[in-house]
Design a protein around this ligand. Structure first.
Ligand SMILES: [Zn+2]
Length: 296
């Protein structure tokens, strides 16, 4: 009962803040007294007072969103994106013959800041709550999509893209790539590039092989299809737990977190439950989620 009242109050505050944030950011002044008053209070656009006021509003918005969506802590804000993207190399032990001429395969982006990256794979579950939740919390993530799982609802991912999430390649049919010859792998990867370009207007630069399995043909085919990099993952998130690749079972700066578009039929919780779990871990450990495309 208390929880519901808190959530309702947070939702009301969120709505109020969202409205004031919109009107304050509205440059061309109308005649309405509301926006003018807001602008006067915030100082001239771009001034220190204005920036401080905006930062305060943004933080209040995040706190309200965190309360509304049941997060124990307010997610930390990622630092501004780097001026230059870090140089990526293939992780030791993940090489194939000739790897230095092929798209790099990595599980962690080489950064020093306490940021991690959230990536969501496949596309079977299409929960509208996830889109709202991530927008209101302003948590960036990247999607790796397999056509056979998204083809029954392309518009869901169109809306995701419109909200600022990049849609990347996870093959047409989610096959075990090392089991296919070069030509078949190329059809799986280039075919998905074509499909994503036709549906969403962009050929993505990133590719993740199903199950994280690949061989030299996979990386050669990916390169031929215009892929620039192959991000794998350092940790995997579920609604009830994290699974770790590293022996220390911890997060590290630049770690890529994998999770999936899954519903309650496949795991014990909803997409928002999974996000609550992973954000608890990320925030408690002092990390912010940054946008993968700002670094890779
Ligand atoms: Zn997958």
């Amino acid at each position: 009962m208390k929880r519901r009242r808190t959530a309702a109050a947070a939702a009301a505050l969120l709505a109020a803040l969202a409205t004031s944030a919109c009107t304050a950011g509205d440059g061309a002044g109308g005649g309405a007294p509301g926006p003018q008053a807001a602008r006067r209070q915030a100082g001239p656009p771009g001034s220190p007072v204005d920036r401080a006021e905006r930062a305060r509003r943004t933080q209040a918005l995040r706190a309200a969103a965190a309360a509304k969506w049941g997060l124990d802590r307010v997610p930390l804000v990622a630092p501004p994106p780097p001026a230059a993207k870090p140089e990526l190399t293939t992780r030791a032990g993940f090489e194939v013959a000739g790897h230095d001429t092929l798209p790099p395969v990595f599980t962690t982006v080489p950064v020093t800041e306490r940021v991690v990256f959230l990536t969501i794979d496949d596309g079977r579950e299409k929960d509208p709550e996830l889109l709202r939740m991530m927008s209101e919390l302003q948590i960036p993530y990247s999607s790796f999509l397999s056509d056979y799982l998204i083809s029954d609802d392309y518009p869901y991912f169109q809306e995701m893209r419109d909200r600022g999430t990049a849609l990347h390649n996870h093959t047409l049919n989610h096959r075990y790539m090392p089991g296919l010859d070069y030509a078949a792998q190329k059809r799986e990867i280039c075919g998905q590039q074509d499909r994503l370009a036709r549906r969403y207007g962009q050929r993505p630069p990133l590719f993740r092989p199903p199950y994280g399995n690949y061989n030299q043909d996979t990386l050669r085919a990916a390169k031929a299809c215009g892929i620039k990099a192959v991000p794998l993952w350092a940790a995997e998130a579920f609604p009830d737990r994290m699974e770790w690749r590293e022996w220390d079972r911890d997060l590290h700066p630049g770690d890529i977190i994998l999770t999936h578009f899954r519903g309650t039929d496949e795991w014990d919780g909803t997409m928002p439950d999974m996000i609550r779990q992973v954000m608890r871990t990320v925030t408690e450990k002092g990390y912010a989620v940054a946008r993968l495309e700002d670094y890779v």
